[in-house]
Design a binder for this molecule. Sequence first.
Ligand SMILES: Nc1ncnc2c1ncn2[C@@H]1O[C@H](COP(=O)(O)OP(=O)(O)OP(=O)(O)O)[C@@H](O)[C@H]1O
Length: 233
Amino acid sequence: MNQAIVQVKNVKKTYQSGDTLVTALDSTTETFNKGELTLIMGPSGSGKTTLLSLVGCVIYPTSGDVYLKNLQVNNLSENELANIRLNTIGFVFQQFNLIEPLTALENVMQPLILQGVSNKEAKERALIALEKVNLLERKNNLPKKLSGGQKQRVAIARALVTNPEIILCDEPTASLDAKSGATIMEELKQLSRQDKAVIIVTHDLRLRKFADRIVYVEEGKVSNTISNEEDYK
Ligand SMILES: Nc1ncnc2c1ncn2[C@@H]1O[C@H](COP(=O)(O)OP(=O)(O)OP(=O)(O)O)[C@@H](O)[C@H]1O
């Protein structure tokens, strides 16, 4: 049975935008499980990235609670949250966010160096992560010498090199052609099968067939959650 790893309970997030208070997310309760690939879908501006940011301990809720492995995290300090992010969560973004002057290998080593792992061990583990995404032969390339799909695979290797239990992705396939996007999704699906929670914000309807569960967000609220048995397969 899949085990709950992140729970948001009755969370609300508002932003002050000039004179207006924007409610990005309201009255939202949702559980995310290990061993599952979950998509967060919904119209533009509906609150998807806000939900992902709360799950990723990147922002604090205005009200409500966030639990990560049964630890209430919304009362923790910025530093404590930074530690949780470094040790428990891997992030993958649409724009890859690779460091341009560093090679693929050095990019993947970065989270480990931040964790205080020795250079030698960081290199060994980064090579294993690059191998997992079939990119070992490109290890010495700078990002500008990689295709979009290859850059995203480096970003995935960087996200998984610390062996995080949660992998969060914001539009990971949006900059990619259909074939590279499908490869990335296969790799993310495989990671979910290694007992990780993989949570992906996307507009791309084609990704539904990879999902175990789809959480639909509309106007700042979860409108529907579908367990993806046979619906889209
Ligand atoms: N830092 C911010 N300051 C002010 N308003 C914000 C901020 N971040 C998000 N919002 C607003 O909150 C609402 C939800 O934004 P969010 O980015 O979560 O939506 P989304 O569903 O991810 O949108 P998209 O699909 O277009 O990326 C929007 O109205 C947005 O303008």
